[in-house]
Design a binder for this molecule. Structure first.
Ligand code: AMP
Ligand code: ZN
Length: 469
């Protein structure tokens, strides 16, 4: 299995630290509002990476954090007049609901920054003791970037280039830094902010330290894969490396994986630019599987532009696959002949070609775009070779084959029976149109179709109302 390592800028063979095991850390969201579909890209991409490792027989220990102490959370809490924890707890719950809708498996552990303060205090103390960090007069603890010889190795930048850029970026209130490149490990509390006791001042952690600490606590000092969106390469991941490697005296992560951005109108989708759709916005219009299929239709290191046209295309492509699956299932359910024919035995071997193609694509740095192409070839094969005369064993095997490949992408072969609100309303409109044209047969047919799916229509004076049974 080859994967692209940001650290070495090339594809490398995956060799786990411990045979049969993958230790993986994925930086999670800052929880101050609903996640947008840009945030959902790393969730779905690295969930797929995890599923593929599992399919290959690895035991995956997958850790993903929630950043639950941060300026933006405090600001949102002040605006609502509640404690920051009310905001963070609310959006952790909402984020978990979105992950479940998108079929993203819960992490083995989902640590929260506020519950790991002791570990952070201890790592910061180690960094001070080893001479990598210093305490400024106001109690702020800074990491002394120039002390860490490898600083810049992940983002492939040298310190002097970085320093040129940083001079203008001096953050207000951080004027006690010895060097503009130094970054905060611990900072003094401000009025109205949550804080913790520490040897240096009452305060709270800087952002980067939490990941170094949680990764060590839940996965150990050295891990296989550390991942996140490409905007995290610098400074977040660069700083994590500086902290972890200086504190532990060992390499931190063997492979660094970064997904490219999800754009909209060819601009990065982000909360600060205000050009985003939440996962909820999209799930009002589309089935969650369509969003997942859209997201995986591009390689994770390629930028992906979000548009209604591409979502429609994803919807149609997925529909083609699931319709083929429904047909094969139907044939398997109805067929009685158990023993596969000689011809079918040959076809079973032939069908395996598509599994191999799928695996080859995934083994090549998780190329989901090519893996989906292999699924389409399998679908074409099934459309041609599974038919009314097929035996039960053959049709069932073919259905299982397709289901197993889709499951690696986190797509369920069996459609959700439930209709989306938008679909229901479309059918009601169609029924109204049919009635206007006095096509009562069609109108009744739509009513029965909805009823079968548990949707009850009520004709009232104010129009048609509906409810789920
Ligand atoms: P944040 O809550 O901003 O820290 O983001 C959580 C995760 O989402 C990080 O891994 C980011 O890199 C990633 N992310 C944020 N916006 C996008 C985007 N538009 N496309 C892809 N990944 C994103
Ligand atoms: Zn992180």
């Amino acid at each position: 299995m080859q994967l692209y390592n940001t650290l070495t800028k090339r594809k490398e063979e995956f060799v786990p630290l411990e045979e049969g095991k993958v230790k993986m850390y994925v930086c999670g969201p800052t929880v101050y509002n609903l996640i947008h579909i840009g945030n959902a890209r790393p969730m779905m991409v690295f969930d797929t990476v995890r599923r593929y490792f599992m399919y290959k027989g690895y035991e995956v220990n997958y850790v993903s954090n929630f950043t639950d102490v941060d300026d933006k959370i405090i600001k949102a809490a002040n605006e609502e007049g509640v404690e920051p924890s009310v905001i963070s707890e609310r959006y952790i719950e909402e984020c978990k609901k979105d992950m479940a809708s998108l079929n993203v498996m819960p992490a083995t552990t989902h640590p929260k920054a506020t519950e790991e303060i002791d570990g952070m205090l201890s790592m910061i103390q180690t960094l001070i003791d080893k001479g990598y960090a210093y305490v400024a007069e106001d109690g702020t603890v800074y990491y002394s970037t120039r002390k860490f010889k490898d600083y810049g190795k992940l983002s492939h930048k040298n310190l002097d280039d970085l320093q040129g850029g940083m001079r203008t970026l001096l953050v207000s209130g951080e004027d006690q830094k010895e060097d503009p490149l130094d970054f905060v490990l611990w900072k003094p509390k401000k009025e109205g902010e949550p804080y913790w006791e520490s040897p240096w001042c009452k305060g709270r952690p800087g952002w980067h330290i939490e990941c170094s600490v949680m990764s060590r606590k839940y996965l150990g000092e050295e891990i296989d894969i550390h991942a996140g969106g490409e905007d995290l390469i610098f400074p977040h991941h660069e700083n994590e490396i500086a902290q972890s490697e200086a504190a532990n005296g060992k390499p931190f992560a063997k492979y660094w994986m970064h997904n490219a951005f999800l754009n909209i109108d060819n601009k990065k989708m982000s909360k600060s630019l205000g050009n985003f759709f939440t996962v909820r916005d999209i799930l009002e219009k589309y089935d969650a599987q369509v969003l997942r299929f859209f997201m995986l239709s591009a390689h994770y290191r390629s930028q992906l532009n979000f548009s209604a046209d591409l979502m429609e295309a994803a919807k149609n492509s997925l529909e083609r696959i699931l319709t083929a699956a429904d047909r094969v299932k139907d044939i398997a359910d109805k067929a009685t002949a158990m023993e596969a024919t000689e011809e079918e035995k040959k076809l079973i071997e032939e069908a395996d070609r598509y599994r191999i193609k799928f695996e080859e694509a995934m083994d090549d740095d998780f190329n989901t775009a090519d893996a989906i192409a292999a699924i389409f070839e399998l679908v074409k094969f099934l459309n041609t070779n599974v038919n009314e005369g097929s035996t039960k064993i053959f049709a069932s095997l073919m259905y299982a084959q397709l289901g197993a490949l889709l499951a690696i992408l986190g797509i369920k072969i069996q459609r959700k029976k439930e209709l989306l609100d938008a679909d229901i309303e479309k059918l009601i409109e169609e029924r109204q149109a049919a009635r206007k044209e006095k096509n009562f047969a069609r109108a009744d047919e739509i009513r029965d179709e909805l009823l079968k799916k548990g949707i009850i229509l009520e004709d009232t004076r104010e129009g048609v109302k509906w409810k789920r049974a």
